[in-house]
Design a protein around this ligand. Structure first.
Ligand code: CA
Length: 260
């Protein structure tokens, strides 16, 4: 989905002002290669960012449309999203809320509006960080690395037991108890429950699970996930029709939360 050089060039001739973007060399960075989804309708900025970020080893896909971005997040979850707030098809805040409702992917907001209220709204809507245009490639690269580091840090460490309602998962001891009673899980069921518990209260998509539990984002089938979820439900003494912890969010995924 790379921006065509021709269209970009003609756009740049007309309206691209090179001053805001001066992509310096980045000697000294520890390379982190990430899959990035860039959502930006300004072809000149999009093209410049693709070049700068690809040049730093990232794999960048891009789209000018929020709705396409939303589908991409569901289909092939990126490591982080760079989201322009001024998009033609959907308000940036709305796009942000929709992404947040289906995914915990880190979102870095790109905004030309430097009003404090705008930034506060974006952060409230679930943005992880923001950059204000114009910005240099070094700054956005540093912020991408920071959100990726924070996302990594939010993955639970094996030493910290997780508790949701009467459910307790101790990853170090590889033990799960429900209302004080041990639950015997297969390794995959345990990993699945671990991921869901670590993201309690958030909707997790099947693709998220295939990516993070099965580690096969493109090779797996949703059916695989559904079968393991049904086994997990049975061991937790619940069903899809009468859930206690594992709630299906129709057409989107699954959410673990404590019983009401
Ligand atoms: Ca825009």
């Amino acid at each position: 989905m790379r921006v065509k050089a021709g269209s970009s060039n003609s756009f740049m001739r007309n309206s691209f002002k090179p001053a805001p973007f001066h992509f310096k060399s980045n000697a000294g960075y520890r390379p982190i290669v990430a899959q990035l989804l860039l959502v930006e309708d300004d072809a000149a900025i999009r093209d410049a960012l693709i070049r700068a970020l690809s040049g730093r080893g990232h794999v960048v896909t891009s789209t000018p449309a929020a709705m396409v971005a939303l589908q991409q997040v569901l289909k092939t979850p990126p490591d982080a999203v760079l989201l322009d707030l001024g998009l033609p098809d959907l308000g940036g805040q709305e796009a942000l809320r929709m992404i947040r409702s289906v995914s915990a992917v880190p979102v870095l907001v790109i905004t030309a509006r430097d009003g404090e209220a705008e930034i506060v709204r974006a952060l409230d809507a679930g943005a992880d960080d923001y950059v204000i245009k114009p910005f240099g490639a070094d700054q956005i690269e540093a912020r991408i690395r920071a959100v990726l580091r924070r996302a990594e840090a939010s993955v639970p460490k094996a030493g910290e037991p997780l508790e949701v309602g009467g459910l307790r998962l101790d990853a170090r001891a590889h033990e799960v108890t429900l209302d004080g009673v041990a639950v015997d899980l297969s390794r995959r069921e345990f990993d699945l429950l671990h991921y869901l518990t670590a993201h309690a209260g958030q909707v997790v998509t099947r693709r998220d699970l295939l990516t993070h539990v099965w580690r096969m984002p493109y090779g797996g089938a949703d059916r695989t996930v559904d079968v393991h979820l049904s086994w997990l439900r049975r061991k937790l003494g619940e069903t899809a029709q009468q859930p206690r912890y594992l709630h299906t969010v129709r057409g989107v995924g699954i959410k673990l939360c404590g019983p009401a």
